[in-house]
Design a protein around this ligand. Structure first.
Ligand SMILES: [Zn+2]
Length: 193
């Protein structure tokens, strides 16, 4: 089922999300719905707070990014099969050089900005079968993970740009928080008061 995506300004995006205590069929349905919602919105990642659930789970499928890379490149291989579920993710280490990448977010339609982040992240997490992993990711994989991990910590990419750039976006962000924005996917707009 495709779910509406919560917009910038909704309090759920600012909460530190709760741990998931156990695997159950409800969790499986949530994960399936999150993938369906992400694909329909043409995103490469989606975190549970973005569909209004303050839970520590996010899904990623980087295949759309692979389509921008030559098929025989390392970047293509890194991205084409990078489909993953992260449950109760904890970042255990950030390392590598800081680099800029142009980010966007399904909860902040039509805004993109360069964001500086470290090139590597080490994560402990459970997969959709409740198996525990600890892996290091780099490059665009690490980038997508850091963006989604921020969501379960209540952080948005617009928090990570310079105060000057944020000031320039103020009007647009305010409009989004009032629901005044278009997207070609289903949005959960705030109720008019
Ligand atoms: Zn996002």
């Amino acid at each position: 089922m495709v779910l509406p995506i919560v917009l910038y300004g909704d309090a759920v995006l600012r909460k530190k999300a709760s741990e998931i205590l156990q695997w159950n069929s409800e969790l499986k349905i949530l994960i399936d719905n999150m993938f369906e919602t992400m694909y329909q919105a043409k995103g490469v990642g989606l975190a549970a707070p973005q569909i209004g659930k303050s839970l520590r789970v996010f899904v990623i499928d980087a295949r759309p990014f692979a389509e921008d890379e030559p098929e025989d490149s390392e970047a293509y291989r890194q991205l084409v099969d990078f489909k993953k579920v992260f449950i109760n993710a904890q970042c255990t280490e950030l390392s590598g050089e800081l680099w800029n990448f142009n980010e966007g977010c399904l909860s902040i339609p039509k805004i993109r900005e360069d964001v500086q982040r470290p090139s590597q992240i080490r994560m402990q997490y459970r997969d959709e079968h409740w198996n525990l992993h600890e892996d290091t990711f780099s490059g665009i994989q690490a980038r997508i993970i850091q963006h989604e991990y921020d969501h379960i910590e209540g952080t948005l990419f617009t928090d990570r740009i310079s105060p000057f750039k944020r000031k320039l976006l103020e009007g647009k962000l305010k409009a989004i928080s009032k629901g005044i924005v278009d997207a070609d996917y289903k949005l959960k707009r705030p109720r008019k008061s």
